[in-house]
Design a protein around this ligand. Structure first.
Ligand SMILES: [Fe+2]
Length: 307
């Protein structure tokens, strides 16, 4: 782990391979259960509840002690990023860092804003939403993390998400369930910012803390995660009709090959839903001309002509 305290970046070995990066592109999230140790989880809750004194490792330029106190007591207690123990054991947690490094490349930019979701339980489910200012596209310029510093079983209303809902606006009625991310203390949900989610219904008693923040890309994308020798871009499973084009585009963008990405539509690559039943290789792979997916979804077939 190389932590550059001055520039607020880190670098480490990536931990995801080609298949896992592509799976992340398809699902839009992954869960790391119980990766932060108990005393740090407890210390985090104590910090958020004002039970321990702040020990900022430095005062950011332009801010005063009074500013830090105000920030700590707000719904965005970003001063927790000034606590060395939190940076070391949560933000730079080796398992989290390996995943984030795989998706964002070298010299990952550290978070600057923390959101605290403190929910009094019991409580109703929140409405389904994509977080404000989300953008749909193949670019992966930041990744969002939910950190659960306390046990968050179903009764405590863990965040519900809709797998695969990060590629287009998705509507879901309040009565429809999603995938619950119930998890033990010290768990993370690493996900695309734009994924559809909500706070789940809580039937238990007490206060649930959930912390949300972003990691940032500082370098152009390239395929510098764990390369699998046998990984085949032609035969990889990018998903079914209407979806594969977006997933493949995103994967190519992450590989630094978005400029080469062209598709011709129909049964051609990257659609693979029927590949199990084909008697030959899918057409349309590596076509120098063709279309790109229309991420704005504002025409009839959702293909765009590259500019
Ligand atoms: Fe949200």
């Amino acid at each position: 782990m190389e932590y550059d305290k001055t520039n607020r970046t880190f670098d480490c070995e990536p931990t995801l391979n080609d298949t896992q990066v592509l799976e992340f592109c398809k699902n839009g999230f992954l869960i790391l259960e119980g990766v932060v140790q108990d005393d740090i989880n407890q210390r985090t809750c104590d910090y958020l509840d004002g039970k321990i004194p702040a020990q900022p490792s430095y005062i950011p330029e332009g801010l005063t002690h009074e500013d830090l106190e105000r920030i700590r007591n707000s719904h965005e207690p970003s001063t927790i990023f000034l606590e060395d123990w939190f940076v070391e054991h949560v933000v730079l947690n080796p398992q989290v860092a390996g995943v984030v490094r795989s998706l964002l490349g070298r010299n990952v930019g550290l978070p600057v804003l923390m959101s605290l979701h403190r929910a009094e339980c019991p409580g109703p489910a929140q409405g389904w939403h994509h977080d404000a200012d989300h953008v749909f596209g193949p670019e992966v310029r930041f990744i969002q993390a939910f950190y659960y510093p306390q046990d968050t079983p179903l009764e405590m209303g863990p965040t519900e998400i809709v797998p695969g809902s990060h590629i287009r606006p998705t509507h879901r009625e309040a009565g429809e369930k999603g995938l619950s991310t119930s998890a033990p203390a010290g768990s993370f949900v690493i996900h695309f910012f734009q994924i559809l989610h909500r706070r789940g219904e809580a039937t238990g008693e007490g206060v649930r803390h959930m912390l949300k923040y972003n990691y940032w890309r500082t370098v152009p994308p390239q395929r510098d995660w764990i390369v699998e020798p046998g990984f085949n871009f032609h035969t990889a499973d990018y998903g079914s009709h209407g979806i594969a084009r977006y997933i493949a585009h995103m994967f190519y963008w992450l590989c630094g090959k978005a400029d080469e990405f062209r598709i011709i539509g129909g049964q051609a690559w990257p659609y693979s839903g029927s590949s199990m039943n084909q008697i030959g290789k899918t057409y349309g792979f590596g076509e120098p001309e063709g279309f790109i997916p229309n991420w704005r979804h504002n025409n009839a077939d959702n293909y765009s002509t590259p500019s």
